[in-house]
Design a protein around this ligand. Structure first.
Ligand SMILES: Cc1cc2nc3c(=O)[nH]c(=O)nc-3n(C[C@H](O)[C@H](O)[C@H](O)COP(=O)(O)OP(=O)(O)OC[C@H]3O[C@@H](n4cnc5c(N)ncnc54)[C@H](O)[C@@H]3O)c2cc1C
Length: 590
């Protein structure tokens, strides 16, 4: 075992983690721990863009952007946070430009902007061009730019270090004063355990789409951060809100960016009808994602799906000039050729919704400080990016608002974490702080041999989630999912890993990650069961309307200390008020 001491430890080297590191490392001794090499983080897979009301090509302002974000999120957005994000968006883009990010340009040399779903002028009048982009590799460019600047700034990276536990000075369920003390990490190359003592810890560890089978998310997005804090007695917020992106490649889930529709692509059913005209007469194909995904699923249900099994719809780009497609959408059209053998110049592309983005996560305030209940923070603990719920996306995130979120709130978390580190001493770390982590790993390795497999349990979990907690949910499907997850947890408690070694033991770590996914899946299904209304990405067939009287609140999920919770789980649910500043909830039409 090795020990380290840093003022600030950042968990994750995606966009949020590296943006935080750029701020924190100039102010305090900072380490970034990441299970992947930084440039392999999922931010690098982002395609379409990052929005800001720059008004470079059309009239725009941050207030319209705030409104769109609140309405797009079906009024579950904390409006103070959305205001911060929309206002700071402009500098966030300009900061990246100054760091060297090669944005696409207008003929006059300004940063070009394109349309994306739900981004409008004058509160919904018409789509507006708000998303800054670098072809369809915006996330790749952001990640590379941030990494280069981190290298220039000599940020200390610990690559292929898996953080497996967060250290707090007490148990938030029983102790008054609890603050961050550090993290415990596993070094992939050696199998060695490292304890990092820190005055501030920033979680920037990304999402958890891998609990679903059809997903745009990378293999590593297993929700380690949220699961760790949940196990330590801290709450998670709004976990039932997961976004299904309309245009995954049918049958595969690989993403085709909304930029395809922003550039003029059209969705069609088996009758060649542009069906979005019926569901969203004003914004049509550029309505927010929850609306489009449901419309697509509904077309398929009503028998107007395409293909031999009538189980997908078509994304038509054939009316666009090939040169335009090549200039603006080169990567995603190549995906259609490679994975589906479809030529987008001349043939429409088979698409269907794919699990894409976690709106919920670790609750924070607008300084990135993590909450221990509906109002109090854990001093020294921060979260930013997809792992966090601040909540700027509410019940449904607008496209291009996440690359923005990671930059705005990554920056904030980095600054406040470093400032906090100047104000306090290190919290005490227990002598055997690594013991629970060691025990977790040893157990997985040393259980008696068992024919069951980690991969089999993960596949079964993904199938349960796709079948029962996806675009459409009911009381029955959520209960069924909870019962199945319970059985999967029992199987998990008996499974062992074959590889008993210490070097590059990915077998073992996939086992740990599956444990994280199972814990979170239970919270998602329980939240979906208890939210008896339809809002944003959460649609209940048995409660099809939004119910502001009973459900205009955030869900807070806590793991109980005594193992007793709701519906046979060990999770207790609570509520948190939504912050409403200037936009009173009203019915959404697009
Ligand atoms: C295919 C795709 C396309 C997208 N396109 C867009 C788009 O065009 N516009 C937009 O706004 N959004 C888009 N999104 C969403 C957006 O890209 C992500 O939400 C965002 O990039 C997340 O950034 P992050 O920094 O929070 O996490 P990530 O980039 O996922 O980084 C997570 C980091 O945490 C580390 N980590 C995780 N667990 C551990 C652990 N246990 N120990 C140590 N390190 C750990 C990983 O190594 C990684 O470095 C897209 C998402 C996908 C999947």
């Amino acid at each position: 075992m090795q020990t380290h001491k840093y003022d600030v430890v950042i968990v994750g080297a995606g966009g949020a983690g590296m943006r935080a590191a750029l701020e924190s490392s100039t102010r305090a001794r900072t380490a970034v721990l990441t299970k992947l090499y930084p440039t392999r983080s999922h931010t690098g897979a982002a395609q379409g863009g990052m929005c800001a009301a720059l008004a470079n090509v059309e009239e725009d302002n941050w207030e319209w952007h705030t409104y769109d974000t609140v309405k797009g999120g079906d009024y579950l957005v904390d409006q103070d946070a959305a205001e911060v994000m929309a206002k700071e968006a402009i500098d966030a883009v300009l900061d990246l430009e100054k760091m060297g990010l090669p944005f696409n340009r207008t003929p006059e040399g300004r940063i070009d902007q394109r349309r994306f779903g739900g981004h409008t002028r004058e509160h919904g009048e018409a789509p507006v061009r708000r998303s800054c982009y670098a072809a369809d590799r915006t996330g790749h460019m952001i990640l590379q730019t941030l990494y280069q600047n981190c290298v220039k700034q000599e940020v200390s990276f610990y690559n292929e270090f898996y953080v497996l536990d967060v250290l707090l000075s007490g148990d938030p369920r029983t102790d008054e004063d609890v603050r961050a003390a550090g993290v415990v990490a596993y070094e992939l190359a050696t199998g060695e355990i490292h304890v990092f003592q820190a005055k501030s810890v920033v979680f920037a560890s990304g999402g958890f789409g891998k609990m679903f089978k059809t997903t745009s998310n990378a293999h590593t997005l297993t929700g380690d951060g949220p699961a760790m804090v949940l196990r330590r007695g801290l709450p998670l917020e709004d976990m039932e809100f997961f976004q299904f992106h309309p245009t995954g490649l049918a049958g595969l889930g690989i993403l085709l960016s909304e930029a395809a529709r922003g550039e003029g692509g059209i969705l069609r059913n088996s009758e060649n009808e542009r069906f979005m005209e019926r569901y969203a007469p004003t914004l049509k194909d550029l309505a927010p994602r929850d609306v489009v995904a449901r419309a697509m699923a509904n077309e398929v249900r009503e028998g107007r799906g395409c293909g031999p099994n009538r189980d997908y719809v078509l994304l038509d780009l054939t009316h666009l000039e090939p040169a335009h497609i090549d200039a603006k959408l080169p990567d995603i059209t190549e995906f259609a050729r490679t994975y589906l053998n479809v030529e987008p110049y001349t043939e429409p592309i088979p698409v269907f919704p794919t699990a894409h983005y976690a709106m919920g996560g670790i609750p924070t305030n607008i300084r990135g400080e993590v909450l221990r209940n509906e109002k109090d923070v854990v001093p020294g603990l921060y979260a930013a990016g997809e792992v966090a719920c601040v909540s700027v996306h509410g019940a449904n995130r607008l496209g291009t608002n996440s690359l923005l979120d990671i930059n705005v709130f990554g920056r904030r978390a980095g600054i406040y974490a470093a400032e906090h580190a100047h104000e306090v001493d290190f919290a005490e770390v227990a002598e055997n702080a690594e013991a629970p982590t060691v025990q977790l790993l040893e157990e997985l390795k040393n259980r008696p041999a068992n024919p069951d497999r980690i991969a089999a349990i993960r596949r079964d979990l993904q199938e349960v989630m796709d079948a029962h907690v996806q675009v459409y949910r009911t009381d029955e499907t959520c209960r069924h999912a909870l019962a199945e997850i319970k059985k999967l947890k029992e199987r998990y408690a008996a499974v062992s890993v074959d590889d008993k070694g210490t070097r590059y033991n990915l077998d073992l770590l996939e086992g740990v990650e599956l444990g994280f996914l199972l814990d979170l899946a239970e919270v998602v299904a329980l939240g979906a069961l208890e939210r008896k209304e339809s809002r944003g990405g959460h649609f209940r067939e048995d409660y099809q309307k939004r119910d502001d009287v009973n459900f205009l609140h955030h869900t807070m999920a806590y793991r109980t200390a005594d193992g007793t919770g709701e519906e046979g789980t060990d999770i207790r649910l609570g509520k948190k008020d939504v912050v409403i500043t200037r936009y009173e909830p009203k019915e959404r039409t697009f």
